[in-house]
Ligand binder design. Structure first.
Ligand SMILES: Cc1cc2nc3c(=O)[nH]c(=O)nc-3n(C[C@H](O)[C@H](O)[C@H](O)COP(=O)(O)O)c2cc1C
Ligand code: SF4
Length: 490
């Protein structure tokens, strides 16, 4: 895990919870409209992948239990995990790339409706990602994956002062490199090849020499539009376009997107495809359906987009007609740590990953409400441009006073609680009825995130070993962890 050079350990802030009457008068528990939807409160559970879908991307009973449990706490909105828009294998992540996924997703919608008595509105985050492979064994890389070209032959000839390499058999070159020192390999392979060797092969939106990457702007609007329509058919109250973190659409927005086909370079060009995708979605689902976006306030990588880019994008999204803007930060591949052999690179292991899910081992600012100043800046930009699109702030928010302060100051319109909702999905209900002192407080040490990184079923350390003998309770594949939090015994 990435750490600050001189980390400061922060404590979970002491807090005073409101009485029921105070909560009733608060902004946090007032309704808010999000496009055509009315949320009963300004609370929001952002997308969190729990690793519970089938290998083919279908909804499982464990998914139903998971979302049912969140809905029981009655947040204003609950966003279903990043769900793939394409009909391609992607491991146990939910998918919405074909009509065969609709019945399972409909069950999920029904489970949430029933569990919250219709109060919690359910959105689904829809995502596209590019191909990536696990870090290969060195032997395999040189035997199979490296494409030997004249470039390698020339480099070898130069470095060894031996022109024989220009004619050498491919197997000889492979063998020589495989046995060669890191220094030699570093001088023969190009930057991308070295990355494939050390991190695993990963496509980028700038790989326009590949036809399927070149054609993304032609293909993606239709794919997203179809997925959004399926979400509507399954009964979701809205869709969130995933334009954040390490994935395709975020990469189009990135300042590191240097495409020269009108979809990279300037901000206007980088936002073009994201807007075209939105328009295609809007056209398909109609104006009476909630469509919003999650994007980054700052990519937190060298050469990446910063807050000025984010404010520009926020205004562009609001102008295009998006119904909400949910703001995240970081979570990129570019600064991720090297994975172990046979593991995939995980975009939350560098500084940008820290900023996405900040922990209590922090700098002097600490993890709490860390992204709010940037969210407030985006909100000012959007409002000054004449739009009142609701804006969701997330990141290290766990107390009522933090959340209410954000709303009272006008820094955001809705407050997102991801890990705090995982620690205690009843936060919303407990605080609303004046029993905030019963909230199980998230400690922000990222045990849950480590499970996500290992592609294990996500649980929380505060409850996954409690009452393990409860009758009928589902446990994780390792047999040692319960999959959903215990009930709130009121
Ligand atoms: C286990 C886990 C899975 C996550 N999956 C997603 C996801 O699918 N999509 C997304 O936009 N963010 C995802 N996030 C990020 C959260 O939505 C949120 O932005 C982040 O945890 C910071 O908010 P918090 O401090 O309230 O937890 C995930 C976070 C965790 C802990
Ligand atoms: S595992 Fe840790 S960081 Fe994750 S929700 Fe639980 S207490 Fe919070």
């Amino acid at each position: 895990m990435w750490k600050f050079a001189n980390p400061v350990r922060h404590q979970i802030p002491e807090t005073r919870w409101p009485t029921e009457a105070e909560a009733g008068r608060s902004l946090l528990f007032q309704p808010v409209s999000v496009g055509p939807l009315m949320l009963s409160s300004r609370t929001w559970v952002p997308a969190m992948v729990p690793w519970r879908a089938t290998e083919d991307g279908f909804v499982t009973p464990a998914n139903l239990d998971w979302y049912r449990r969140f809905a029981k706490g009655r947040p204003g909105a609950l966003v279903v995990e990043a769900t793939g828009v394409r009909d391609i294998p992607s491991g146990p992540l939910l998918r919405i790339g074909h009509d065969r996924f609709i019945p399972g997703l409909r069950q999920l919608v029904d489970a949430v409706r029933e569990s919250s008595n219709g109060e919690t509105k359910l959105l689904i985050q829809i995502i596209d990602f590019l191909a990536m492979r696990r870090r290969p064994e060195r032997e395999k890389y040189f035997e199979r994956f490296l494409q030997v070209t004249n470039y390698h032959r020339t480099r070898l000839s130069e470095l060894t002062n031996d022109s024989r390499w220009n004619e050498a058999a491919e197997t000889e070159i492979r063998g020589f490199l495989q046995d060669g020192s890191d220094e030699l390999v570093g001088q023969v392979l190009n930057e991308r090849e070295l990355e494939s060797l050390h991190f695993g092969y990963r496509e980028r939106v700038t790989d326009t020499e590949l036809s399927h990457i070149r054609e993304l702007p032609q293909v993606l609007p239709g794919i997203f539009a179809d997925a959004a329509m399926r979400a509507r058919e399954a009964g979701f109250d809205g869709v969130e376009l995933h334009y954040a973190h390490a994935y395709t659409m975020a990469s189009f927005l990135s300042a590191r997107n240097t495409r020269t086909d009108g979809y990279g370079g300037t901000r206007e060009n980088r936002v073009r495809l994201p807007i075209e995708v939105y328009r295609a979605v809007r056209e398909r689902v109609g104006n009476d359906y909630t469509v919003g976006v999650r994007f980054l306030a700052d990519e937190v990588i060298a050469g990446g987009s910063r807050i000025d880019d984010a404010t520009y994008f926020g205004v562009a999204f609001a102008r295009a007609g998006m119904d909400f803007l949910s703001i995240s930060k970081g979570g990129k591949f570019e600064d991720a740590q090297q994975p172990r052999v046979a593991q995939a690179v995980y975009p939350y292991t560098g500084q940008s990953g820290y900023e996405c899910m900040p922990t209590t081992l922090s700098d002097e600012i600490g993890p709490f409400s860390r992204t709010v100043p940037l969210v407030a800046q985006i909100k000012r930009g959007v409002n000054n441009a004449g739009f009142s699109t609701p804006i969701v702030a997330t990141g290290g928010i766990s107390t009522f006073s933090q959340a209410e302060g954000i709303l009272q100051r006008g820094d955001a319109d809705i407050v997102g609680f991801a890990r705090q909702a995982l620690a205690d999905p009843d936060w919303f209900l407990k605080v609303k009825v004046g029993r905030g002192n019963e909230v199980r407080r998230c400690t922000y040490t990222n045990y849950c995130e480590a499970l996500d990184q290992a592609h294990k079923q996500v649980t929380c350390k505060l409850w996954d070993r409690i009452e393990l003998d409860e009758p009928g309770m589902a446990v994780a594949e390792d047999g040692r962890r319960r999959l959903i939090p215990p009930e709130w015994k009121r």
